[in-house]
Design a binder for this molecule. Structure first.
Ligand code: TRH
Length: 417
């Protein structure tokens, strides 16, 4: 019996509280929102999601009206504005400290008064630090480890409290990745009627019938960070023999689009640009569900960060992962670690590997793209095989619920140590 079908014990229904600090971009809020929705919808858990950057949240959810509120419910998830300093009533503090689970997303540091209230609570919440996703080997060693914290009580004496590291990952022994029920079925349904799904998606944009009817035209989504690699790809697409329709959601990629097309300002959503064999459409930033549709209907997806990277894997299309760039190329070992899991070591994958490597070092990728493009049909088979493999693993929400059950219901221990 899958976890989703198991009866949910009443203890699981008591609120889970998530704290999210938006670092920059949308990855942090994207992951927290996706997780919160799944916990609510598939496990019936009441979820409260505290977010510090309320303006970014309003943009992310395309709900400008929430900007003037401090609390808002979307699809059953209760969003709350995390002000600094964090001021809550004594009653709320006690309620939150004694909830079922508190998730500190991406080491965002809980408000000190909450940590202190947890330490002093008779039934403290299970405290988890949800970490960034990585395919590196050490993740297995660190996943689910407790980190004992010493918190002073009202009299200044130390009280022990455990915080657990919860590491998402791709292999057994890690926390898994987010995958809600029905995701693969939705992709299969869109992809089984691809021409229809594509024309429905592209209907709002002014594109010639000739382009839309061109079966050899490659359809690509592009959601990455700006830079030379991106500009070199646009140049390669423009000079290629076969056409490309490149779909670019609003965001940082547009800085390079602007400079490639020598525009005075960043192009607005709805703009269609052309050079040589390349047609480029600027898309509005959409809901997460519509972004999944985009990934599903494309032949190749360029994705970034953490969440779009995982979603592209489940879309089952060949892809390029643009990692969040780190000082001294510290992101490259992360790329290599993932690629060695992802790859079946075929020749087309060697071309993909070179492309990913150069792109993630900010190099010119023009020639590498020309070499890669003929390999896409073979890479499509490999992407599908990875999609199926990944879907066999328990997902992040299921693993979190299981961790909670093991820790609280079977052992009867919560955060206290
Ligand atoms: O925005 P990102 O670059 O986030 C990154 C990573 O999370 C990284 O780990 C972190 O350290 C850094 O931020 C600070 O990329 P990511 O993770 O793909 O998040 C984008 C989110 O936006 C994801 O949830 C998908 C969503 N999205 C939409 O909802 N609609 C859209 O139109 C698009 C393009 C994306």
């Amino acid at each position: 019996m899958s976890l989703q079908n198991k009866p949910v014990p009443s203890a699981v229904i008591t609120p889970w509280i998530l704290f999210c600090a938006a670092v920059d971009n949308y990855g942090d809020i994207g992951v927290c929102w996706r997780l919160a929705r799944q916990l609510r919808q598939e496990y019936g858990i009441a979820v409260e999601l505290w977010v510090d950057d309320w303006a970014a949240l309003a943009r992310f959810l395309s709900e400008p009206s929430i900007a003037s509120q401090d609390s808002h419910v979307v699809q059953g998830v209760h969003f709350r504005h995390w002000h600094s300093p964090w001021v809550v009533s004594a009653q709320s503090l006690e309620r939150i400290a004694g909830s079922a689970v508190i998730i500190e997303a991406f080491a965002c540091s809980l408000p000190p008064i909450l940590v202190s209230a947890m330490a002093n609570s008779a039934t403290p919440a299970l405290w988890l630090n949800l970490e960034y996703l990585s395919a590196e080997d050490w993740v297995k060693e660190c996943h689910a480890l407790p980190s004992p914290q010493s918190v002073p009580n009202a009299a200044g004496a130390p009280i022990g409290l455990n915080k657990y590291f919860f590491f998402p990952g791709f292999v057994e022994g890690t926390g898994g990745v987010l995958r809600e029920a029905g995701l693969l079925e939705r992709h299969a349904s869109l992809q089984s009627a691809l021409p229809l799904a594509r024309s429905a998606f592209l209907a709002p944009f002014t594109l010639s019938k000739e382009l839309l009817d061109d079966r050899r035209c490659l359809v690509m989504s592009l959601f990455c960070y700006e830079g030379l690699a991106l500009r070199s790809l646009l140049a390669a697409l423009a000079e290629a023999e076969e056409r490309t329709l490149c779909l670019v959601p609003e965001g940082r990629s547009l800085r390079s689009v602007q400079s490639f097309f020598e525009l005075d300002e960043e192009p607005a959503p709805g703009t269609v640009l052309g050079r040589g064999s390349l047609t480029l459409v600027v898309l509005p930033f959409s809901s997460q569900d519509d972004y999944d549709r985009l990934l599903s209907i494309c032949d190749f997806n360029i994705v970034r960060g953490e969440d779009s990277f995982v979603r592209a894997q489940f879309a089952g299309r060949p892809m390029l992962w643009h990692l969040y760039p780190q000082h001294q190329n510290a992101h490259l070992p992360k790329m290599e670690a993932f690629f060695s899991l992802y790859s079946e070591e075929s020749e087309p994958e060697a071309a993909l590997h070179s492309f990913w490597g150069s792109w993630n070092q900010g190099e010119d990728c023009r020639d590498l793209w020309h070499h890669l493009r003929p390999q896409l049909p073979a890479l499509q088979r490999q992407a599908r095989s990875w999609q199926q493999k990944l879907a066999q693993r328990p997902d992040l929400a299921a693993n979190l619920v299981q961790f909670y059950r093991d820790r609280v219901e079977i052992n009867g221990t919560e955060g206290a140590c």
